[in-house]
Ligand binder design. Structure first.
Ligand code: MN
Ligand code: MN
Ligand code: MN
Length: 293
């Protein structure tokens, strides 16, 4: 397995349309500067950044894959699923996203109330301002708390307040995995199980979930993910081999400097893994991306 600092393809990144720090245009510009030619913008539960990103991508000469990262759950365990090549005008996608928007609003208000009780007044208003949205996510609450000098960094806020099981954590009833896979497929897209090593699942649980995901119509699994150890990449590759899922690549970029993950910065896929982009349409410089290694 070789280490590439600048992969030509990155299929997972965020912008200010959700909890990222760069605008969709800035994400595309940064991708191009780092040698990324094919980029998927995958904001959490929203496609609102895609129009701007497409305009920038056309101007700059990057191929933008319309993407999304949807919050879901199986057996009450939260999971993230990336949708690649979704049709932004899909009615079923729009109705799923409006339900998710309601859930995110409820969750944000509930987190705000918890923080309020813990002595952090006006947390909801502050996080909403961070997000430029009435539906701030946990990262926005964290940034607001850090800005108020209550905490030094993201990991400390999650460790002490916002992480699963911590005092300001709010359990959310995310849509079921199967519903989300079906919704992505109905929108003409492919479903990819995001960052499989980040759920703290045992290897056997992970294999079982990947198998179920494949049976539900899932296409891929993120095998090469930024900040992952070689050992973790090997584990993810094994899960992909066993379940017959295609391998995907992900920086999960949020903002410059955050988590030291940058666009296109991850290990290349192990050579025997069938890349998920063999299933994607489009070309760059006259070459079909399906045929690129
Ligand atoms: Mn995020
Ligand atoms: Mn995620
Ligand atoms: Mn992500």
């Amino acid at each position: 397995m070789s280490f590439t600092k600048n992969s030509w393809i990155d299929l997972h990144a965020h912008s200010t349309a959700s909890d990222g720090g760069l605008s969709p245009t800035e994400v595309i510009e940064r991708a191009a500067n780092r040698g990324v030619r094919v980029m998927a913008l995958t904001d959490h539960d929203t496609i609102s950044g895609l129009e701007e990103a497409q305009a920038a991508a056309k101007k700059i000469g990057v191929l933008l894959i319309n993407g999304i990262e949807i919050s879901t759950a199986i057996d009450n365990r939260p999971l993230h699923v990336v949708g690649l090549n979704v049709d932004p005008s899909s009615a079923s996608l729009h109705s799923a996203l409006s339900q998710l928007a309601d859930l995110r609003l409820e969750r944000a208000m509930a987190i705000g109330r918890r923080l309020e009780k813990l002595g952090f007044a006006d947390a909801y208003a502050g996080a909403s301002q961070e997000a430029h949205s009435p539906r701030p996510g946990r990262a926005h609450f964290a940034r607001w708390l850090i800005g108020k000098s209550h905490f030094k960094d993201m990991s400390e806020v999650f460790e002490r307040l916002l992480g699963r099981g911590k005092p300001a954590y709010v359990a959310t009833k995310w849509p079921q995995l199967e519903e989300v896979v079906t919704c992505i497929r109905n929108a003409g897209g492919m479903a990819v199980l995001a960052h499989p090593l980040r759920y703290k699942l045992t290897a056997s649980w992970l294999r079982r979930i990947a198998q179920q995901f494949k049976e539900m119509g899932g296409t891929g699994l993120e095998v090469s993910v930024a900040r992952q150890s070689h050992q973790e990449t090997d584990m993810a590759a094994n899960v992909a081999r066993r379940s017959g899922l295609h391998g995907s690549v992900a920086s999960d970029f949020h903002s410059i400097g955050q988590y030291a993950a940058d666009l296109g910065g991850f290990c290349s896929l192990p050579s025997d893994i069938d890349p998920v982009w063999t299933q994607l349409p489009g070309e760059i410089d006259g070459c079909k991306i399906a045929e690129l290694k």
